[in-house]
Ligand binder design. Structure first.
Ligand SMILES: NC(=O)C1=CN([C@@H]2O[C@H](COP(=O)(O)OP(=O)(O)OC[C@H]3O[C@@H](n4cnc5c(N)ncnc54)[C@H](OP(=O)(O)O)[C@@H]3O)[C@@H](O)[C@H]2O)C=CC1
Ligand SMILES: O=C1OC[C@@H](O)[C@H](O)[C@H]1O
Length: 404
């Protein structure tokens, strides 16, 4: 584990290929080193070429500390540079829409931090931009990094959406690791825990049900009520009704308890009949399954998949003859460990979800097959679910950009 964690932050640095994708970065954001710069080190086809920040001296210091060769005066200067192929947008959520639209119109590929935008109204416009459908048009990806990680892919493959009855997912950040002054607690910057963290839990519900919810049936929030923080939720629990009749529950907090707990998701399936030729006539075996992924967001640090099978043999009159449970555990730090359909995919144990995501982004830009992807309709559906929750909470969706 220590070797893996060391490798996550100190990956090997192969030489760059002559046709590497040159990235420009909009904003000297704190997440960019983890979500892009470190993953780029081990990718031969990615160069972090340029950075800009609102304050040039900040951009210069940031460029120096991260070994970025060029500093531009403005975000727009990055978009205007023909030497830049792709941009990474780790701006406050409220600015994702405007800068993603500008970048796509400038012909740049876009890796866009999660959540993609602030509202479904913005998502409908951004992900339906005509430029995206042109031959060799720009690639746009919402950086939903954890969905590219082997443990998530394996977990998802163990669940048949048709059998899912209940899904619950939780994430948290301890109170000491967050700040009221950060962008995620500023309403006008599209702040709020549902957008900042809940989006991971919401996506898990949608993926495992294989559907979007029909309705958010409850959304209890704890939120600030003053100044720029007004209407920013710091804690929430939301319940959704899915078209197959199932229920999904998602919760998160940005002011959680002192000890950090890994994010998780649990799926409960409906009871199914299991063929069992050893049983006497008139008896049948029934099974429910409960599957849990611990480490939903940062699987590379640690994760575990538990698969619990709850079995019952009953007579045709419903009398219980036998009951037993069996739990097995699995992990997948690499595709090889995930096995089966995944075993041939590339990756190392030190690849974090961000590195897996970058692998697929590059594949897409280079016109190769991608093994995992977040489709544009998927990102729109995600924002609809977030809007539903904010509506139900009474706080209302975050403001929509006036940029045209
Ligand atoms: N994938 C992940 O694991 C994570 C993703 N995120 C996402 O990444 C994005 C950035 O988050 P994070 O790095 O934590 O945020 P930071 O506050 O560290 O960075 C935000 C950047 O946006 C720029 N910016 C531009 N306009 C404004 C403004 N009006 N107010 C404040 N900042 C502004 C900043 O300026 P400047 O130009 O001055 O540099 C800053 O560099 C968010 O969308 C967030 O949801 C965040 C954390 C983890
Ligand atoms: O987006 C995020 O994902 C993972 C968390 O660790 C991080 O702080 C959060 O903002």
């Amino acid at each position: 584990m220590i070797g893996r964690l060391w490798g996550c932050f100190n990956p090997p640095t192969p030489p760059k290929s002559s046709d590497a994708i040159r990235f420009g970065v909009l904003g000297a954001a704190s997440i960019a080193p983890y979500s892009l710069f470190i993953p780029a080190k081990s990718h031969p086809e990615v160069i972090i070429q340029a950075i800009s920040a609102r304050d040039r001296s900040k951009a210069e210091a940031y460029a120096k500390s991260h070994g970025i060769p060029e500093v531009k005066d403005t975000y727009q200067d990055i978009l205007n540079d023909p030497n830049i192929d792709a941009v990474f947008i780790p701006l406050p959520n409220s600015l994702h829409f405007e800068w993603a639209v500008r970048a796509i119109r400038a012909g740049k590929h876009v890796l866009l931090e999660k959540p993609s935008v602030s509202s479904s109204a913005e998502a409908e416009i951004l992900f339906n931009l005509p430029e995206l459908d042109q031959p060799n048009g720009p690639v746009l990806l919402e950086a939903f990094h954890n969905r590219f990680y082997p443990a998530w892919a394996l977990f998802n493959s163990l669940v048949d959406p048709a059998d899912v009855e209940h899904v619950e997912s939780r994430s948290m950040l301890p109170w000491w690791s967050t700040s009221k002054d950060a962008i995620y607690f500023n309403y006008n910057l599209a702040g709020g825990t549902i957008l900042a963290m809940g989006t991971y839990n919401f996506a898990a519900l949608r993926m495992l049900f294989g559907q979007s919810p029909d309705e958010c049936t409850s959304c209890d929030v704890k939120s600030y009520t003053e100044g720029i923080h007004d209407k920013c939720d710091y804690d929430f629990k939301a319940t959704f009704r899915f078209p197959n009749g199932g229920t999904g529950v998602a919760s998160s907090t940005l002011v959680g308890e002192t000890v950090m707990k890994p994010s998780w998701v649990t799926v409960k399936t409906r009871e199914a009949v299991i063929p069992n030729d050893d049983l006497p006539a008139g008896q049948q075996q029934y099974q429910k399954r409960e599957l849990t992924l611990q480490g939903l967001i940062h699987g590379a640090f640690w994760h575990r998949i538990d698969i619990k099978e709850i079995n019952e043999i009953r007579t045709k009159h419903g009398q219980v003859v036998k009951q037993w449970e069996k739990t097995t555990s699995r992990k997948a730090y690499t595709w090889k460990e995930a096995g089966g359909e995944f075993s041939h995919l590339p990756g190392e144990a030190h690849w974090m979800s961000f590195r897996h995501q970058l692998e697929q982004f590059v594949n897409k830009v280079k016109g190769r097959k991608t093994q995992h992807w977040v489709e544009r309709e998927d990102s729109i559906a995600q924002m609809k679910m977030i809007d539903m929750a904010y509506e139900k909470s009474g706080l209302g969706p975050r403001p929509t950009s006036s940029f045209k």
